[in-house]
Design a protein. Structure first.
Ligand code: ADP
Length: 311
């Protein structure tokens, strides 16, 4: 095995009530990466297509995550690696652009090294990349990218990830207004203290959302998609947020909110047809503004990163 090409998926973190803990993985939106063994030792990023991002391995999340993995690899390597990144997910979109690169590279290296590391260890390495991107080693995007489906970050130190079941017919419609909100900035506007009453509502929703996934209860899932803590602050940064959310619900969506730290807005629907209808509805709202935007429709991806080819 000398070369691997992978699909590194976009992800939705927070999922309304689960700030920093809940996340899920997308099926049809994501980057591609090629990682190849080289005679020269060490790692290099040799190509980045689609976005202007640093090639320096200490400034690109892929390089930082790769270094974290190689530092823990016990055997001496008489070869190195080169990384090619084909970006489709815009940095700062809120759908896990940095996480896709960080998770993708450690997954690929693990395959080329004959899988010495567990999924949990891969998340540990990948979140070192997230620390570079936003200042915190958050795992709520890299965990669903690596595990697939829905995940919950139970603990950060020591790291513990809980894999949650999936609703089979769940689709997401995401609108990405082309404005950049850096995760670090979106965190800075959050309050340090929250009201106990809001916290009570929030953890009730996290519990019921997890129960809804286990019992395949779409109504309870929909009823749990409310954020009493973060959304009131961050939604102010996103044009037409309230209108998009309300119209999506009217069009049949189960619920929605801010994807990660925004500006993307996600909605969930039962089935592709409703997800398409929601997309048309949201599109018509944004077409009346001066903002450029992208719309994505995707099934939730049960397996996470996918191998496209390996040889
Ligand atoms: P997102 O939620 O879309 O990942 P973040 O704000 O968390 O947005 O991360 C984007 C930041 O990470 C940008 O400042 C970007 O320059 C930096 N970055 C470094 N390497 C990468 C990479 N390979 N892919 C995406 N972003 C990267």
């Amino acid at each position: 095995m000398n070369e691997i090409k992978i699909f590194a998926p976009a992800t939705i973190a927070n999922i309304s009530c689960g700030f920093d803990v809940l996340g899920c993985c997308l099926e049809s939106v994501g980057d591609e990466m090629i990682v190849r063994k080289t005679q020269d030792k060490g790692i290099k990023i040799t190509k980045i297509i689609g976005e202007e991002l640093p090639m320096d391995i200490h400034k690109n999340v892929a390089g930082v995550a790769a270094l974290a993995l190689l530092r823990k690899y016990s055997k001496n390597l008489d070869f190195g690696f080169e990384i090619e990144i084909y970006k489709n997910i815009k940095p700062g979109s809120g759908i896990g652009s940095s996480a896709a690169s960080a998770a993708g590279v450690v997954f690929a290296l693990n395959e080329l090294l004959n899988k010495p590391f567990s999924k949990l260890e891969l998340v540990e390495f990948a979140r070192k990349g997230e620390e570079l991107a936003c200042g915190y080693p958050i795992a709520d995007n890299v965990a669903p990218a690596i595990y697939g489906g829905f995940t919950l970050v139970k603990n950060t130190d020591p790291l513990r990830i809980v894999e949650l079941p999936l609703l089979d017919n769940l689709y997401t419609t995401i609108i990405h207004p082309q404005i950049e909100i850096k995760t670090a900035d979106a965190r800075a506007i959050l309050p340090n203290k929250i009201k106990l009453g809001d916290a009570v509502k929030q953890w009730a929703n996290v519990g019921s959302l997890v129960h809804a996934l286990h019992t395949k209860d779409y109504n309870l899932f929909a009823d749990s998609l409310t954020d009493h803590i973060v959304e009131p602050y961050r939604s102010k940064l996103i044009p037409k947020f309230e209108k998009v959310k309300k119209s999506a619900l009217k069009a049949g969506a189960l619920g929605g909110g801010i994807s990660g730290s925004g500006p993307s807005i996600f909605t969930f629907s039962k089935g592709n047809q409703i997800a398409e209808y929601v997309a048309d509805t949201i599109k018509s709202i944004y077409q009346k503004t001066n903002f450029d935007f992208n719309i994505y429709i995707s099934k939730i991806n049960p397996e996470g990163i996918k191998i496209i080819s390996i040889h």
